[in-house]
Design a protein around this ligand. Structure first.
Ligand code: ADP
Ligand code: MG
Length: 322
């Protein structure tokens, strides 16, 4: 199959969305913004050997390539609308592309995201999605809005993806009972789209957790010019990871919880007055929203304290993945 046959067979589909005036098949796509709305645009690339292993399951990779981009849109409070897909592939392998697109399309369908273009070329395997989301003008959640006194929240549970990676790298073992769930968190993350949209007008800042809680929270602190204190015991995680924190695998557990990437949960800040509104979101969205610390005045430094109020040295001692 040549490039054009691949496009016809695997990527081209009839536009289903009235806002797509021209979709796949032209030199560019044309999309019409609704009055009073703004577009949020983001791009994320997944490179073989860096973000996924050679031989990774194509269908899950299709899901993840789109999911990491929808997660960025969620962190901005945007509703995902359109995507472009650029792929370098070592060979025109129809079975591989078909499986990749099954994963991609399943997630796109779930959020009504329309593929409106892309590029296909031969090269070392590399998949790159540009995602476009929409929100009412002026309502985007930015990293720069955190204020002293704000509470820090995280969604879901942290550390599963890093734990799955640590198991894969044979740094730690996990029981057969939990391994599939761990792997799913690493290979097929669920972007927190509904949460991001619901946090418009409530959260003062937000970020998605792709590189680990301390590092990603650090971006909010730097952008907002504030400091923060995190309560280690409050950080939500699975019980077996919590148990490791108290035992001989404490360093690894700390690494998963604080520095482990790929969770694609949201971290966000909000003033104390928003507490009831946030608590009310959790049940209908089916996601835990946990208070894990607070924003302080001062230099953009993060203190992580344990139950006794002792500060952890987060600069060293747990960063197994550096
Ligand atoms: P051009 O050479 O003008 O950039 P291409 O031949 O690369 O156009 O692509 C033809 C059409 O197919 C374009 O509309 C492009 O957006 C679309 N396309 C190419 N590759 C992909 C892909 N991987 N996913 C979605 N659309 C694609
Ligand atoms: Mg092209």
């Amino acid at each position: 199959m040549n490039e054009f046959e691949l496009i016809e067979r695997y990527f081209r589909r009839a536009p289903h969305n009235a806002d797509v005036r021209i979709g796949i098949g032209d030199d560019g796509a044309v999309i019409a913004p609704a009055p009073g709305m703004e577009y949020v645009v983001t791009v994320d690339m997944l490179v073989e050997g860096r973000h996924f292993a050679a031989g990774a399951d194509a269908e899950r990779l299709g899901h993840k390539t789109l999911a990491v981009n929808l997660s960025d849109l969620a962190a901005m409070g945007a509703l995902p609308r359109f995507a472009l897909l650029a792929g370098a592939l070592p060979a025109p392998d129809g079975a591989w592309i078909g499986a990749f697109m099954r994963g991609f399309d399943a997630l796109a369908g779930q959020y009504d995201v329309e593929l409106i273009g892309g590029d296909t070329t031969r090269g070392p395997r590399n998949l790159c999605v540009t995602a476009i989301g929409e929100l009412p003008a002026g309502t985007a959640l930015a990293r720069a809005g955190a204020n002293p006194g704000d509470t820090i929240y995280v969604s879901g549970a942290l550390g599963d993806a890093a734990l799955a990676l640590a198991v894969t790298l044979l740094m730690v073992s996990a029981s057969d009972a939990v391994l599939p769930a761990l792997r799913r968190r690493l290979d097929a993350p669920e972007p927190r789209v509904a949460l991001g949209v619901a946090l418009r007008g409530i959260a003062s800042s937000a970020i998605d957790l792709s590189d680990g809680l301390t590092g990603d929270l650090g971006h909010i602190l730097a952008a907002s010019r504030v400091g923060a204190t995190l309560d280690l015991d409050a950080i939500p995680c699975r019980a077996d990871l919590r148990a490791k924190l108290a035992g001989g695998e404490r360093d690894l557990a700390l690494a998963c919880l604080l520095a482990g990437g790929d969770d694609y949960e949201l971290a966000f800040t909000a003033p104390g007055a928003a507490r009831a509104a946030i608590d009310k979101l959790a049940a209908p969205l089916g996601v835990a929203l946990t208070r894990v610390g607070s924003i302080r005045e001062g230099r953009p430094r993060l203190r992580v304290v344990d139950a006794q109020g002792r500060a952890l040295d987060v600069a060293t001692g747990f960063d197994h993945f550096a």
